[in-house]
Design a protein around this ligand. Structure first.
Ligand code: NAI
Length: 268
């Protein structure tokens, strides 16, 4: 049976921009009561106005997912105001673009704190409520969570860590009626790449390579929404994403050579 999200409480981290925002809009169009969590206070206030103007109920909370106390306070407040959480979309994330040998260790730590620990803190805070509601956890991973990606060792490590956490968590909660859907998007046109950290921890101006065309956040959101309705365990998005996913599984050596060729320019 398909899931129906009418009147369900859907919490989206990193909900003020890109894939998170577009996905929240899609759930809101289906009648969900969305909660946007983000550290970007200005953008969040703007989004809140837009949701209400479009006739969608929304709650927002400023939350830096690297702070466990922020995550706990936000989740507690959502549960108090709405009664419980049906869907948690762990989406907030940052990326990095730099050679491993040049990259400071604190860059790896920062990427890990946002991408991995952010999702961990929010899920820990919300898990009891999600179990009570027989709800769903969605996690925005990447092809870099299941395959190597040159020039992004920190990003790829954080996404592999997410994969291990959420694939294992699924095994603990599926018998309780909770679904875990892992999403691996291909290239989506958002602010992510413009804010990528470089070797010294500042936003980098190194050029970015793309494979295939970049898709819109709206198309990613539609696929995520449909995947959630169908309770998919794994959702790989875009043609190039699917190709990368399967080639990396079936012919890892070939995948690695092609991937290095596509991204080699970034490393010079
Ligand atoms: P985006 O930069 O447009 O949105 C990310 C949002 O996360 C922003 O609103 C930002 O303020 C928020 N955020 C960042 N750090 C935060 C923190 N510490 N606490 C709370 N919020 C924080 O980027 P996009 O592309 O929408 O990224 C969303 C997710 O999608 C990320 O996890 C990213 O790794 C993943 N993804 C994106 C792809 C792409 O091509 N755009 C491809 C594969 C995965």
């Amino acid at each position: 049976m398909k899931r129906n999200f009418k009147n369900k409480v859907v919490v989206v981290t990193g909900g003020a921009s890109g894939i998170g925002l577009a996905t929240a809009r899609r759930f809101a169009e289906a009648g969900a009561r969305c909660v946007l969590l983000d550290m970007d206070e200005q953008n969040l206030a703007l989004r809140e106005k837009e949701f209400w103007a479009a006739g969608h109920e929304v709650l927002t909370a400023v939350c830096d997912v690297t702070r466990q106390s922020d995550c706990e306070a936000a989740v507690k407040s959502v549960i108090r105001q709405t009664g419980g959480i049906d869907v948690l979309f762990n989406n907030a994330g940052i990326t990095q673009r730099s050679r491993f040998a040049d990259t400071r260790v604190d860059v790896f730590r920062r990427v890990m704190e946002v991408n991995f620990f952010g999702a961990l803190y929010c899920t820990k805070a919300a898990i009891d409520s999600i179990i009570d509601r027989r709800g769903m956890i969605i996690v925005n991973e990447s092809i870099a969570g299941v395959a190597p990606l040159v020039g992004r060792t920190g990003y790829s490590a954080s996404k592999h860590a997410l994969h291990g956490l959420f694939a294992s968590l699924r095994a603990e909660v599926s018998h309780l009626g909770v679904q875990v859907m892992i999403v691996c998007p291909g290239f989506i046109r958002t602010n992510l790449q413009d804010r990528a950290l470089g070797a010294d921890g500042r936003v980098t101006d190194r050029p970015q390579s793309f494979v295939g065309r970049q898709h819109t956040p709206q198309s990613a959101a539609e696929a995520i929404f449909q995947g959630a309705c169908r309770k998919k365990p794994l959702l790989v998005l875009t043609f190039m994403g699917k190709l990368g996913y399967w080639v990396s599984r079936l012919a890892p050596g070939f995948y690695e050579r092609q991937m290095i060729r596509q991204f080699a320019d970034e490393l010079h």
